[in-house]
Design a protein around this ligand. Structure first.
Ligand code: C5P
Length: 398
């Protein structure tokens, strides 16, 4: 899983967040994967985790001051040494300093001297993360070609819940590994559909589903990290991709998703159809808000276009990967779907597993192939499932 990290030089920057405790397992995972790790800490982070822990795990000294005991620590050398710099956790204060070049500690000095790519994994409270100042700093850092390791949604140290959790060490390892893997999809263009679709009943109401778009966005990010140009046709969700190789096309309804996907498909090498597309839409969309009258309301529905089936008919030498979510006769139903829609393989989501499916960060899937063989996977992070899907796709691409 992390074979590309062997022999790589990793500079790990740690700033002062409670998530700093995760830096210990992150360091250990890098070392286990055969990488060399040097750690730089902001002074604030040393209250959350001891430099001794990190120097023991990294088998290297830990730097936190530009000068110590009368001698100067060479941030330029460290910046030049690294193959990649990873700032995890990156606090709101550190993001602000990095974005504005406020060089008042060793971590920012090394960042400014580094010639290697820099990834940052923010960690903060939900409101701090959503604050326009933080978002502006993130945008600025991205515009300087730094790479964001997206925050995760969940319980936060404050007791609140929402976006702002630092990515898990396993995810950071996966993303770094993907980075060194890049090139394998270079020159390829991949269409990805993701998220739900919303079908309007009137100007204020709609019918939708619980898809968050997480799985499709993870595939888009992973493919972009591997060097592909990605066109992500994304239904309504608050989540978004960050990689600059991802062209984002936001749509709302199944019809809009169909039109956009069709427009892009012919120039693509592959399509991964992860969207939860509505099968039916209201026959008419009322021009004005539907007024209540009587005890019942009857709405007539008509079929939406089946994007996968249309692309399957149209395909020349493209590879199409679909998704299936079944509640009974899972394998048989998924097989029929794959054949009917002319897909190359289908990813079957398990609905029986805790932690799998809609909204979760994890998923449990099986791949089903045209020759009726099956490959089962354990419950994994969606970022890891995305890797497995791309590994399989790579085998099929000419
Ligand atoms: O038929 P079903 O909806 O279960 O098929 C699931 C697969 O087909 C998924 O890959 C989904 O993205 C795709 N699909 C589609 N357009 C639709 C319905 C499903 O592309 N209208």
């Amino acid at each position: 899983m992390s074979e590309n990290l062997k022999g790589k030089k990793i500079l790990l920057g740690i700033s002062g967040s409670i998530a700093a405790y995760k830096a210990a397992s992150l360091t250990r995972l890098f070392i286990k994967a055969g990488a060399e790790v040097k750690v730089i800490m902001t002074p604030a982070s040393t209250s959350f985790i001891s430099p001794l822990t990190l120097s023991t795990l990294s088998k290297n000294p830990v730097w936190s001051e530009v000068s110590s005991e009368g001698s100067w620590n060479n941030h330029v050398d460290l910046g030049l040494w690294a193959d990649v710099m990873i700032i995890a956790p990156a606090t709101a204060a550190t993001l602000a300093k990095l974005a504005n070049g406020i060089c008042d500690n060793m971590l920012v000095a090394v960042y400014l001297s580094a010639r290697c790519p820099v990834f940052f994994a923010p960690a903060m409270d939900v409101d701090m993360w959503h604050h326009p100042t933080t978002q502006q700093n993130v945008k600025r850092l991205l515009s300087y070609e730094n790479k964001l390791i997206p925050v995760e949604v969940g319980e936060l140290a404050s007791g609140l819940s929402g976006e702002g959790r630092m990515a898990e060490p396993e995810t950071i390892i996966t993303i770094t590994n993907q980075y060194f893997d890049k090139g394998k999809l270079a020159g390829k263009r991949i269409l990805i559909t993701a998220g739900p679709t919303l079908e309007a009943l009137d100007p204020v109401r709609f019918l939708g589903n619980r898809s968050s778009g997480k799985m499709g966005i993870a595939i888009a990010e992973a493919a972009a990290h591997r060097g592909a140009t990605v066109d992500l046709v994304l239904g309504p969700t608050h989540l978004r991709p960050y990689h600059s190789n991802v062209n984002l096309h936001k749509v709302e309804s199944a019809d809009e998703m169909y039109t956009k996907a069709l427009e892009i498909f012919d120039s693509c090498d592959a399509a991964v159809l992860a969207a939860a597309v509505a099968d039916y839409k209201p026959e008419t969309r009322a021009d004005h808000k539907i007024k209540k009258s009587g005890d019942h309301l009857t709405i007539s529905f008509v079929r939406t276009p089946d994007i996968a089936a249309h692309l399957g008919k149209r395909k020349k030498d493209q590879i199409i990967v679909g998704f299936a979510m079944e509640t009974k006769d899972e394998k048989d139903n998924a097989l029929v779907k794959m054949e009917k829609k002319n897909m190359d393989f289908i990813v079957l989501n398990s609905l029986n597993e805790k932690g799998a499916g809609f909204q979760h960060d994890t998923n449990k899937v099986s791949f089903i192939f045209r020759d009726k063989t099956m490959k089962d996977f354990s419950l994994k992070l969606k970022t890891e499932v995305a890797e497995d899907i791309l590994d399989e796709l790579l085998k099929k691409l000419p």
